[in-house]
Design a protein around this ligand. Structure first.
Ligand code: ADP
Ligand code: NI
Length: 213
């Protein structure tokens, strides 16, 4: 699909210097894993790839927690680059279904393609890369690494999740450690397991060092 090449260049130029873990290489990894999952699951590879390229085009975290701007921007870009209303609407629905919205908030998907993009995005929040991204994002918001007197807070609505300014270790409990059991595809869940185990051992080491060996 011609649009994939053009959008890749456009998205890369927008995000190549982003410093909070939402840079072009995040999108690149999500795209690759999403396509791999689509192959395993029998999803449409091109739609999956296109939605993966556009999944963070206007993330709510950087737009006043507005969840509608990402899907809207994705729709506009597909129209601009391919002038195809059906494609634009399929891609924007996937983009709307990707984001995590709080520990107690369900994020169902309405297509196999959305399942692949959501899983691929969540895989990039796990493991060694997930840990790096969490601290990069926390740092970009001036957050503490950890505070021993502030115990984990979980959220049952998007508003509370999005406005919480807790320390970054809290983010492991409010999101990262929950993802393994919420993967939408069988192959995604398998890939999540090793990354989850790595984060568990990372936390054990973190708390051991925090307490002073
Ligand atoms: P989502 O749309 O599901 O939030 P993104 O691709 O935008 O997924 O990336 C989310 C990543 O941003 C998280 O996995 C984490 O690395 C980082 N992040 C988001 N919120 C926080 C937070 N409160 N503290 C630390 N990192 C965070
Ligand atoms: Ni993402």
């Amino acid at each position: 699909m011609e649009i994939i090449k053009s959008l890749e260049q456009y998205v890369c130029s927008l995000f190549k210097e982003e410093g909070s873990g939402h840079d072009w290489w995040h999108i690149h990894r999500v795209r690759n894993n999403a396509v791999k999952l689509a192959e395993n699951e029998g999803a449409d590879k091109e739609i999956t790839e296109l939605a993966a390229l556009l999944h963070d085009i206007a993330d709510h975290k950087f737009h006043d927690n507005d969840l509608s701007i990402g899907p809207r921007r994705a729709h506009e870009l597909v129209m601009q680059f391919a002038d195809d209303e059906t494609l634009a609407s399929r891609v924007s629905t996937i983009v709307a279904e990707v984001s995590f919205k709080g520990a107690g908030v369900d994020t169902p998907v309405s297509s196999l393609e959305a399942a692949c993009v959501q899983d691929a995005d969540r895989l990039d929040a796990l493991g060694a890369i997930g840990i790096a991204r969490a601290f990069a994002y926390g740092g970009s918001r001036g957050r503490l690494l950890y505070h021993p007197d502030r115990s984990p807070r979980l959220h049952d609505n998007f508003e509370d999740y999005a406005t919480d300014d807790g320390h970054t270790i809290n983010h492991f409990y409010e999101k990262l450690l929950l993802l393994k059991d919420r993967m939408q595809t069988i192959s995604g869940r398998k890939m999540a397991e090793e990354r989850h185990a790595f984060m568990m051992s990372y936390l054990t080491q973190f708390f051991t060092e925090w307490e002073g060996e």
